[in-house]
Design a protein around this ligand. Structure first.
Ligand code: NAP
Length: 237
């Protein structure tokens, strides 16, 4: 079962900035029907939606929410399904790091990182899956990191969250396989991504340009529905 991209709705957390915004742009350029961008700062969301809609037509819808708040997260998914009928592509992209070393991890820092990067992605996945199963169609894209593959002394809680996201994604892939559901799971594990360089400038040394994230997303989504593409390790040479 397939669904034309023009009839699909993507929900991108953190979609107003950086990698999330590059994903939104790539999906719009490829002809997606609607994109919901969701994060905390309403002004940043509205500015981004205004710019994207001016460039690509009115298909971008901002929704302010805090992924650490269960009710706000439920409201985001309910509102999206109410307006567009489904979430066809969920992109779990919101994330942050709190630089605390192994001996310096605080409960506050730990909770902020784990609740944003991992628990929020789990909640959203739980909330969108029933509709994906009902329509037997959906893609879930997780933005992990090379810090989900390797441990780094300066951001251990971030590494735990990104390793954890990959573990959850693997369990999710096994769950949908057992159900024979037409739901694919993709994981990005980027190294350093330059989210500030303008489109026509080279990225900083050691970084990849953010446009490569968008290109790779479109490539991954274009694969046949029965193809499993495991973790996408993408970084600068
Ligand atoms: N750039 C890199 O080098 C790199 C490398 C590997 C992985 N990543 C991952 O890529 C993802 C995107 O990062 P980025 O580099 O594009 O940085 P970014 O622009 O800072 O994106 C992070 C997004 O998360 C949102 N966010 C943070 N806390 C949130 C909350 N409580 N509720 C809802 N949304 C929240 C932020 O929006 P608000 O502040 O408005 O909420 C922001 O839009 C992250 O998961 C990051 O870990 C980045």
């Amino acid at each position: 079962m397939n669904k034309p991209l023009s009839e699909q709705t993507a929900l991108i957390t953190g979609g107003a900035t950086g990698i999330g915004r590059a994903f939104a742009e790539a999906l719009l350029e490829s002809g997606i029907g609607a994109v919901v961008i969701a994060s905390r700062r309403r002004d940043v969301l509205e500015n981004a939606a205004g710019e994207l809609n001016a460039a690509h037509g009115p298909r971008v819808h901002p929704f302010a929410f805090d992924i650490r708040d269960r009710q706000q997260t439920e409201a985001l998914v309910a509102d999206t399904i109410h307006k567009f009928g489904s979430v066809d592509v969920l992109i779990n992209n919101s994330g942050l790091a709190v630089p605390e070393t192994v001996t310096g991890i605080t409960d506050t820092g730990w909770d902020e990182v784990l609740e944003t990067n991992l628990r929020g992605a789990v909640w959203l996945t739980q909330l969108v899956l029933p509709k994906m199963f009902e329509q037997n169609f959906g893609d879930i894209v997780n933005v992990s990191s090379q810090a989900g593959k390797h441990g780094y002394a300066d951001v251990p809680s971030y590494c735990v969250s990104k390793f954890g996201l990959l573990g959850f994604a693997e369990s999710l892939r096994d769950d949908v396989r057992k159900r024979s559901a037409n739901v694919r799971v993709f994981n990005f594990c980027p190294g350093l991504v330059d989210v500030e360089t303008p489109p026509d400038h080279p990225p900083r040394p050691g970084f990849i340009h953010v446009r490569n994230m968008g290109r790779t997303l479109i490539y991954a989504l274009s694969l046949d529905r029965d193809v499993i593409l495991e973790d996408i390790n993408i970084y600068s040479r």
